[in-house]
Ligand binder design. Structure first.
Ligand code: SF4
Length: 251
């Protein structure tokens, strides 16, 4: 839940989720639609699908126990290098690094790394640093401390160097160039999407269809279409007829 999401935003969803699915077995038994319904509002629904699929794998292939071997754990759906390091260090005391955005920023400043974690060279360097630093004792506490430092002190803008416990070793600070690390990278432009939807209601029931396409796939919504740039909604009845046919075809 915390991938791309702040703790404060995820917390109420987390509490609801674990009270609805308190065990891996209960999550594995649930239908995907139930899991998505509990996740609704948190966004990035691929995370919920992966978590659900991973729970099923754990039950079917690993007797309901989370595998501790990184090579096995790393094959679960939706699990990459970061998740492997985070889960195995926090839950099983495995001395593995967990390089998230906050940790990458702290290390980039601490060692004045001039390449971004989004570039292959920067990712290699930062992962190597993170793996070199992680201690054999309490690696989970170490990883959480670095994450927390990045989230509360080594902030993206206006880092609080005056109260930072790493200040005396921080190369970016000693160089007087905290703002230069990590280097800025251009992000893909945000695309605004306009949709026309049709609400068809009868006897307190509303027609819903499952969404297709790259975003929010599989979620339920009133039938709709994406509007082309500058398209006018005044042609709504024509669009409504078209959408209605599509919805009926899906049953
Ligand atoms: S001294 Fe400042 S820039 Fe360096 S790690 Fe601490 S908060 Fe970040």
């Amino acid at each position: 839940m915390l991938q791309q999401t702040r703790v404060a935003a995820a917390l109420p969803f987390y509490q609801t989720f674990v009270s609805r699915f308190p065990t891996i077995a209960s999550l594995a038994r649930a239908r995907e639609a139930e899991v998505l319904a509990v996740w609704a509002g948190l966004g990035y629904y691929r995370r919920a699908r992966h978590l659900h699929a991973a729970a099923r794998h754990i039950v079917q292939d690993h007797g309901g126990r989370v595998p501790e071997d990184p090579a096995v754990f790393g094959k679960l759906p939706g699990v990459g290098r970061y998740t492997t390091g985070a889960v195995l260090s926090l839950a099983f005391d495995r001395p593995m690094a967990a390089l998230d955005g906050n940790v990458a920023r702290v290390l980039a400043r601490l060692f004045a790394v001039s390449a971004s974690v989004r570039a292959a060279r920067g990712a290699r360097r930062l992962w190597t640093l993170a793996e070199t630093l992680v201690p054999a004792r309490r690696p989970g506490a170490w990883n959480q401390a670095l994450m927390e430092l990045g989230a509360t002190i080594c902030l993206p803008r206006a880092p609080r160097c005056g109260i930072c416990p790493l200040a005396r070793w921080c190369r970016a600070r000693l160089l007087g160039r905290v703002d230069a690390f990590p280097p800025a990278v251009s992000r893909p432009a945000v695309r605004t999407v306009r949709r026309a939807i049709v609400v068809i209601a009868r006897a307190a029931r509303v027609l819903m269809v499952r969404r297709e396409g790259p975003q929010l796939t599989g979620l339920w919504e009133p039938p709709g279409v994406e509007l082309e740039d500058r398209a006018e909604i005044s042609g709504g009845c024509i669009r409504a007829a078209r959408v209605g046919r599509r919805a009926r075809a899906r049953g």
